[in-house]
Design a protein around this ligand. Sequence first.
Ligand code: GYE
Length: 320
Amino acid sequence: MKFSFKFASALAILMLAVPVTALAAPKKITLGFSQIGAESEWRTANSESIKQAAKDAGIDLKFSDAQQKQENQIKAIRGFIAQKVDVIAFSPVVESGWETVLKEAKSAGIPVILSDRAVDVKDDTLWVSFMGSDFVEEGRRAANWLVADLNKKGVKGDVNIVELQGTVGSAPAIDRKKGFEEILKSHPNLKITRSQTGDFTRAKGKEVMEAFLKADKTIKVLYAHNDDMAIGAIQAIEEAGLKPGKDITIISIDAVKGAFEAMMAGKLNVSVECSPLLGPQLMEATKDLVAGKKLPKRIVTKEGVFPAEVAAKEFPNRKY
Ligand code: GYE
């Protein structure tokens, strides 16, 4: 009797001594993510990858869609700061104009990860890590494929190329143009004769290609900064009574399923890969930051090039 009383009081003292927090479930990490919008197949796959990876990692994701507007992204980031999330990540629609809001995040002590696209700010301590593709390299890969293809066909004369650029001021539009032109410099017979933005969408890609075709009967090659614009342009080319992939060689970037389908139908010649599956890497990085680890400043995605000849074989392996 005496023993059990002593035991019970010892137990009571012990229970009081254990802090309540130690008994509660560990606090969930919160990640605020500002997405650009839903302009392309790539973007949809990117959003799905992030949402799924957050679920798998047990991270509380606050996901905000900016519908293509920088002001909405800035608002979303300010909202994340007010909610005191652990980490902020975003895919910046354009490169410039981020200093003020990034300074606000820094003063609040919230680390920022750039996902997919880079920003152009002088002070690079305003963000901790940039994960995504090397867009300049993608542009080079696209041009190198064209040079090899023309060599194979024995084409030596002038080749007129039209370009459908991505969103004006965005990192992939700037860099994909830069990489492509860099290779063209040593091939003076390859000329970009027309270049305009198609805003990374099918509708705009089609519209701009229609205008190109009306104004110019000498187009031999189309270089589109993403697959969606190329797919839109394919429709315009067909409606103009030409054969896409034959009368006009078409090169694009992303390598989404829609591009593989177009390649298998013989309408698209090549797609340079750009992977949208950044979710798992982003969740890893978020956890590392919360655990106090230092992230590499640059995390580059590994990617390849898929010409139409391999499309049917590769199609079943594609995840986006
Ligand atoms: O290529 C395009 C999308 O930023 C890499 O954005 C991304 C680009 C992608 O809309 O399809």
